[in-house]
Each structure stands twice: as C-alpha cells, then as structure tokens.
Design a protein around this ligand. Structure first.
Ligand SMILES: [Zn+2]
Length: 70
C-alpha cells in the first residue's frame, strides 16, 4: 500500500482529500472511493452520459431532417 490511511488524491488535480470526501474542495469535481493506489475513482456521470446521448440523437435527427427530407 502506498500513501497514508484515510487520505486519497483527487484524480483530476491530485489534491489530497479525506477518505470520506465525495467532492474535491480544490477543483469542485465529484470523486469516488480511493483505489489501491490511493487515488479517488472518477464516479460515472449518468446525467452527463445521458445528455451526451440525447445531444447525439438530436444532432443525427437534425442532420437527417436537414439533408434527407423531401
Ligand atoms: Zn480536484
């Protein structure tokens, strides 16, 4: 094991955080539990993932509408 117990590092900006922290106080991003290297995991962003899918569908729909309508 590397690093001290009770501490994990932000995966985005490498700031040291308490193990129970769910958000980095430095870069304000959400962080998950520490992995074996003491680096916090990046939590899966379902909302962002869904929004990107919706945006892609909307874009494809718009392209279809713009170029293939009769
Ligand atoms: Zn951070």
């Amino acid at each position: 094991m590397s690093g001290r117990m009770g501490v994990k590092r932000c995966p985005y900006c490498s700031t040291n955080l308490n193990k129970g922290d769910t958000r980095c106080f430095s870069c304000k991003r959400k962080v998950g539990e520490a992995n074996k290297d003491g680096i916090a995991k990046k939590p899966f962003d379902w909302k962002g993932y869904g929004m990107s899918i919706l945006a892609t569908i909307a874009f494809i729909g718009f392209m279809w509408w713009a170029f293939f309508r009769k």
